[in-house]
Design a protein around this ligand. Structure first.
Ligand SMILES: C[S@@+](CC[C@H](N)C(=O)[O-])C[C@H]1O[C@@H](n2cnc3c(N)ncnc32)[C@H](O)[C@@H]1O
Length: 285
């Protein structure tokens, strides 16, 4: 297999997987909860961990944004460069993108936003510590839309060896900060003073056939499998069976090439409002 790792290509390939996965009830509740937008009162949106801007593209394509000022934050300058290549400001939708750590950005912010978006991002963070800092970005009564939060299931079909497959899933999850971020968010959001308007599953489900996979989703799958190899190959749990692990990885790549691999990751979406005790944000108005 000839695999060239590219995070920006992975994020682009992930877009169609996310399009299918995003929970429709949560999306609809988000759209209903948005304040009116007009040229005189544009919606102020901030997205953290925005990657290459696929959520902005989605919100524009689905006509959710009509008059908006959109601030996109990502740590990685290459992602922001790609975002700026993919999406441009228009007279009605002004986009501003910054390559900066979101916590540095939050500490320096001099304004608040109507809506905070974090898509496939929160499960990378120490969420209970991060939420108050992220919520400082939202005005009192503002909305958050937190999507694709991983929640404890990585499924591959067909089974190779049920026991070994389960061990790989277990150890892979143990390499994550919290592999049950999705379910824990229910409590963490409430503890941080938020009200959940709607929550629902947003599982990635990727399957192909003899003709392959939709769009660039074969690349998405190869990237996920390579991410797992990177996370697992030096783990002590596999020290005595490294060749077996690498053969498992190679087998999963072959299944992608044959269009026989099915991949499912369980995730949860949330939309809600921040109504709790305010600190910096309230002072900034
Ligand atoms: C899994 S990617 C998701 C990107 C995008 N939301 C998407 O779904 O296409 C997570 C993103 O978070 C960014 N990131 C990680 N830590 C960050 C931090 N502390 N501040 C800002 N961005 C961060 C990474 O650079 C990466 O682009």
């Amino acid at each position: 297999m000839n695999f060239e790792p590219s995070f920006t290509r992975y994020l682009a390939a992930k877009k169609s997987v996310d399009d299918r996965a995003l929970n429709r009830n949560v999306w609809d509740a988000f759209c209903r909860a948005l304040p009116m937008q007009s040229p005189d009162a544009p919606l102020r949106v901030i997205e953290v961990g925005a990657g290459i801007g696929t959520m902005i593209e989605r919100l524009i394509a689905r006509a959710v944004l009509t008059n908006a000022r959109y601030t996109a934050i990502d740590l990685d300058a290459a992602n922001i460069a790609e975002l700026n290549r993919r999406v441009s400001s228009t007279p009605d939708i002004r986009i501003e993108a910054h390559a900066i750590d979101v916590f540095d950005f939050s500490a320096r912010a001099t304004q608040t936003w109507d809506v905070l978006i974090a898509h496939a991002f929160l499960d990378l963070l120490d969420v209970p510590r991060a939420l108050p800092l992220l919520f400082n970005l939202i005005r009192h009564g503002g909305l958050f839309y937190f999507t694709i939060n991983f929640d404890g299931a990585t499924i591959f079909e067909p089974t190779i060896d049920a026991t070994f497959d389960a061990e790989i899933e277990r150890v892979y999850h143990s390499t994550m900060r919290d592999s049950q971020t999705g379910r824990h968010l229910v409590r963490w959001l409430r503890d941080a003073g938020a009200t959940i308007i709607q929550a629902g599953s947003s599982d990635w489900i990727v399957s192909g056939d003899a003709a392959g996979y939709a769009n660039d989703e074969a690349y998405f799958l190869h990237f996920i499998i390579e991410t797992m190899r990177g996370a697992l190959q030096d783990r002590p749990e596999f020290a005595s069976q490294r060749d077996r692990l690498l053969e498992w990885i190679a087998c999963r790549h072959r299944q992608v090439e044959q269009g026989t691999l099915v991949y499912i990751a369980h995730q949860i979406d949330f939309v809600g409002r921040v109504v709790g005790t305010r600190t910096n944000a309230e002072e900034r108005g």
